[in-house]
Design a protein around this ligand. Sequence first.
Ligand SMILES: CSC[C@H]1O[C@H](OP(=O)(O)O)[C@H](O)[C@@H]1O
Length: 365
Amino acid sequence: MNVKGNPTRTIWPGPDGTSVEIIDQTVLPHRYEIAVLRTLDDAAHAIRAMLVRGAPLIGATAAWGVWLAMQNDASDAALTRAYDTLFATRPTAVNLRWALDRARTRLSPLPESERATAARALAIEVCDEDVGINHAIGQAGLALIRDIAAQKPAGQPVNILTHCNAGWLATVDWGTATSPIYQAHDAGIAVHVWVDETRPRNQGFNLTAWELLNHGVPHTVIVDNAGGHLMQHGQVDLCIVGTDRTTATGDVCNKIGTYLKALAAHDNGVPFYVALPSPTIDWTVRDGVAEIPIEERSGDEVTHIAGLGPDGTVTTIQIPPTGSPAANPAFDVTPARLVTGLITERGVCPASAAGLKNLFPDQSI
Ligand SMILES: CSC[C@H]1O[C@H](OP(=O)(O)O)[C@H](O)[C@@H]1O
């Protein structure tokens, strides 16, 4: 999307021809900085420390990480090390495995002399595909928003609640949950977005609010626990969230707290949609709660919070008393029964095996 008027992606090949550049998402929204990745370990660190995050962007970064590795050593052992190093970074987003399997399949049959060039081409392919998929998700979701807008009094915005950041910062461009929002806004449809803070890492406040502000989309930041109240009072027309892994039966793994939003939406009859690029579907899993690995991150993310201090510098402070243990599951699973529909690049379908099979008949479930 545009940053200071310049069309920008979240990840791109560096001008030196050997590095990769990313937006460092750990310093947003108060600083905008570009980080340079030069090695496999740089790419692994960027994923693990969440300089880049979001399932599609994690997959894209892994593809670029394989290229960084192949430039130095394109042996079978190096390819295996690249796969294992990147795979070990974060366990939940299935795009990571998808991108690494795709790289291994593409590169293994090639002579070592051709692997770096092929890895670079694959990384570009993965990124360009992501942009196309997300734009198509936006078109499919735009139709939903347009239908809701048609039923509202003239000038009344469609109120959309989203959780975490499934924006262009979570992908290579457009985002998944935000793509319909951007396309509706750009089409002149009045939209307003309730932006959940999304504790503990505040991807909503730090990233989604920054995105929407930059694109001029009306929004209001709210605490995580306000969504149910807003739904009870008719202030939410639609929920759209992202996903890190969706099962073949439509169970949705997403940022912690998504399940609670889905429960509130179900209780209040608010449509709850999930923007789902097909690389985020795990066709090998049927029971999300039982089978999807949930990342447990450092308790420090729960006990400490960063923000802009009165002196204009970013400061981190501790909230609970020293010594109180913290738990930090980073994701939860929303059962398909609570999901109104899945917005994919091939259109919208019910959150069910039949719904997914209808859109993706080429996949074996
Ligand atoms: C379009 S994927 C976005 C998805 O990823 C986020 O998790 P994280 O920031 O920890 O990578 C969150 O679950 C978003 O919905």
